[in-house]
Design a protein around this ligand. Structure first.
Ligand SMILES: [Zn+2]
Length: 470
């Protein structure tokens, strides 16, 4: 499988060619959550996208090392900590735990490593020291340390690799102390921020005095510690291109003199009900808000995965309702295959329909997810037809199932067979079967009604009675 992905560095779709040494790990770094609140559905689009990328690389046979940092100290967090009167760890710990709960609800694979910024202060300080030693960073009068864009460019390095910047307008000596600024105000940015009264108890010692790291340097230090000074793939939401990712490149390449990342991938924004998400418009959703409305993590995941990662996606509640019925079509087909395949000794050598070929070709083409879903639903139609015609042997059904499971290892939306039907309902089904065999039709009808009241209907199949959600 030759995987092609858009690279923000070259602004083109190109072959993803990780380190060519066989068996070597493909390093993948995704900027993680800033744990000051619950992640919203726009954030989740990025994390589900990162999960799709990781699963696709694994599907392509690569041995991936997936690292996602936890930003547990930065400007917004410090403001909230002061407002809440908690310690930094008490405050961030709560949102960090919620983030991992949500990640699980969306069936995202846990990254192999999730380093916290507060546990990498020595590495961050050491990286700033390297930049100071190379003359690219300088201490300011207040004990802060800034990155000098002019000095960096003077070394022959390029600031503005991910997007074009008008650096001629840059006024030498201007500085920006906050972590977020726009490209019209490019200026030397803070690597280390001197302690101020508003920081409360959030500070660490450093060669330049007490203070805390800037947000951008955290990711440079943690990614290079985990994956080396040059690694294969870095991804994040497109809102992070500037200044966060541009500054990560500058800090890392400024310190090491080596290329930082070979391939940059960025996921596009999300609209909700056609508009930019905002609390005042009532279209701002966390995952918890959607679960409280009765949707499942699986439905949210499916919907987020229906759009190509480089296209703005309009997330709607109607779309979520559609996700429910699309998943039901897959579940029904896979459920029938499971029932038919149960007695098969081994899967047939070849599957009856070429699901994998079409699916793999779609993914290899810059993650063309609509073509990938089209291959899945064509397979569902074709399989249903063969099932209706009794044209599948148990062995062929087992082979089709095995094929689906390889596809679902990438999509991650398949229902778990054991979880699909609660055990108490399975017990009722067995009791109804026993009543029928004893010709106690009154009791068997009563059980059928009880199951119906719980939202399940009984379907008689060649493999015996099965439960199906109404
Ligand atoms: Zn980052």
């Amino acid at each position: 499988m030759v995987l092609k992905l858009f690279n923000t560095l070259t602004r083109s779709v190109q072959e993803f060619a990780p380190s060519a040494i066989p068996g070597l790990t493909t390093g993948m770094y995704c900027c993680g959550p800033t744990v000051y609140d619950y992640a919203h559905i726009g954030n989740w689009r990025t994390f589900v996208f990162a999960d799709l990328v990781r699963r696709t690389l694994e599907f392509a046979g690569l041995n991936v090392r997936h690292v996602m940092n936890i930003t547990d100290v930065e400007d917004k967090i410090i403001r909230r900590v002061q407002e809440n009167g908690q310690t930094l760890r008490e405050f961030t710990g709560r949102f960090e735990a919620a983030f991992f709960d949500d990640l699980k609800a969306l069936n995202c694979l846990l990254p192999h490593q999730t380093p916290r910024a507060t546990e990498h202060i020595p590495e961050i300080v050491a990286l700033i020291e390297r930049l100071v030693a190379r003359g690219i960073a300088y201490p300011a009068g207040d004990g802060s340390v800034y990155f000098s864009i002019a000095k960096y460019r003077g070394c022959g390095c390029c600031y503005g690799q991910l997007l074009k910047l008008n650096l001629e307008e840059l006024r030498v000596g201007e500085r920006v102390a906050t972590d977020e600024y726009d490209k019209e105000s490019v200026a030397d940015f803070a690597l280390w921020k001197a302690r101020v009264p508003g920081d409360g108890a959030v500070f660490w010692p450093s060669p330049w005095g007490e203070g805390r790291p800037g947000w951008h340097i955290e990711c440079s230090a943690m990614s290079m510690k985990a994956l080396g000074e040059t690694f294969d793939l870095h991804l994040g939401g497109e809102d992070l291109k500037f200044p966060h990712h541009e500054d990560e490149i500058a800090q890392s390449e400024g310190a090491t003199g080596q290329p930082f990342v070979k391939h940059w991938l960025h996921g596009a924004h999300l609209l909700v009900e056609g508009r930019k998400m905002s609390k005042s418009l009532g279209n701002f959703f966390t995952l918890r808000d959607l679960l409280a409305k009765g949707f499942t993590g699986r439905e949210v995941r499916y919907l987020l995965l229906t759009a190509h990662y480089r296209e703005t996606f309009n997330f709607t509640l109607d779309g979520l309702a559609g996700a429910k019925s699309a998943l039901a079509r897959i579940d029904e087909c896979v459920g029938k295959l499971r029932a038919l395949a149960a007695p098969a000794a081994a899967p047939a050598a070849t599957a009856p329909a070429g699901l994998l070929t079409g699916f793999a070709a779609a993914l290899a083409n810059d993650l063309n997810i609509s073509a990938a879903w089209a291959a899945v639903f064509e397979w569902v139609r074709d399989t249903n037809k063969r099932l209706a015609e009794n044209a599948l042997t148990p062995e062929a059904a087992a082979a089709a199932l095995a094929e689906w499971e390889r596809v679902d290892a990438v999509l991650g939306v398949g229902a778990k067979p054991d979880l699909a039907i609660p055990p108490d309902l399975m017990a009722l089904l067995a009791a109804r079967q026993a009543a029928r065999q004893a010709r106690d039709f009154k009791r068997s009808d009563a059980i059928r009604d009880e199951l119906k009241a719980k939202g399940w209907t009984i379907e008689d199949t060649p493999g015996g009675p099965k439960l199906k959600k109404i």
